[in-house]
Design a binder for this molecule. Structure first.
Ligand SMILES: Nc1ncnc2c1ncn2[C@@H]1O[C@H](COP(=O)(O)OP(=O)(O)OP(=O)(O)O)[C@@H](O)[C@H]1O
Length: 244
């Protein structure tokens, strides 16, 4: 089944056109990455999918539900993690996970399962009982990713999940995302780190200047452009656009 179907998505901020006809699909169980430089339109796309921003035109469906006409049904399928998300600093990590789980769990046993899963995913050891105010950036990010995934969304929308993290924390977060998809979840993420998506994503779309300039599996793209990594592919695609 199609988890995401985006057709000819356009977004204007006043007279500025941030998205110029973006189309892509994500299949259930995939990790799909929107990759591109700062200002390419990744966050705008993700915020529209998360029902936080209205498109100017085009169609977006999440598991068959229209993000404009059926926003409530879409919200029940997704978990969205913004790039600049924060957690309540005065709560402990554990209390924060419990606070979130209360909104989503339909029974006491589901609540317990969610919290247990969140604690396991965040993998913060004894620090889970310390206040979020005492966490490093990496620890907070791990808590937030755990929060987004523990509620078992059909689709996790993660904006720059590893942004600002050191190598070890970034690797932990990537593993959390991989494990989530291995267990049947679908993930749509954005990144401007073109090297990490090789490891993480089943398929990627390269976004530049409000448009998807190329999409495929990382291997397909590297082969097509005889490149050793996605950064080289991106440079080649942008260099060639309009001239090759
Ligand atoms: N609220 C807004 N009002 C006006 N312009 C905006 C607004 N939000 C984004 N933009 C513009 O739209 C374009 C796309 O921005 P967007 O945040 O979607 O890019 P991005 O690919 O997520 O970038 P980054 O990697 O830096 O987060 C940029 O030129 C940005 O300046």
């Amino acid at each position: 089944m199609k988890a995401v179907e985006v057709i000819d998505l356009v977004k204007y901020y006043d007279s500025f056109q941030a998205l110029r006809g973006v189309s892509f699909q994500v299949q259930e169980g995939e990790i799909f990455g929107l990759i591109g430089p700062n200002g390419a339109g990744k966050t705008t796309t993700l915020r529209i999918l998360a029902t936080l921003l209205k498109p100017s035109s085009g169609t977006v469906k999440i598991f068959g539900y229209d993000v404009v006409k059926e926003a409530d049904s879409v919200r029940q399928c997704i978990s969205y993690l913004p790039e600049d998300a924060g957690a309540y600093k005065e709560l402990t990590g554990l209390d924060y996970l419990k606070f979130i789980a209360r909104f989503f769990a339909k029974s006491e046993s589901e609540f317990k399962q969610m919290v247990e899963k969140g604690v396991q995913m965040a993998n913060l050891g004894e620090k889970i009982k310390a206040k979020v105010a005492t966490y490093s950036k990496g620890m907070t990010r791990r808590l937030l990713i755990a929060r987004a995934l523990m509620v078992n969304p059909k689709l996790a929308i993660l904006d720059e999940p590893t942004s600002g993290l050191d190598v070890l924390n970034a690797q932990d977060v990537r593993k959390m995302i991989k494990d989530y998809a291995k267990n049947g979840g679908t993930v749509l993420l954005s990144s401007h780190n073109m090297l990490e998506v090789d490891f993480l994503c089943d398929r990627i779309a390269l976004v530049n200047n409000g448009q998807i300039v190329k999409s495929g599996t990382p291997n397909q793209l590297k082969e097509e452009y005889k490149a050793s990594n996605i950064e080289e592919v991106f440079i080649e695609v942008v260099r060639c656009s309009g001239t090759c």
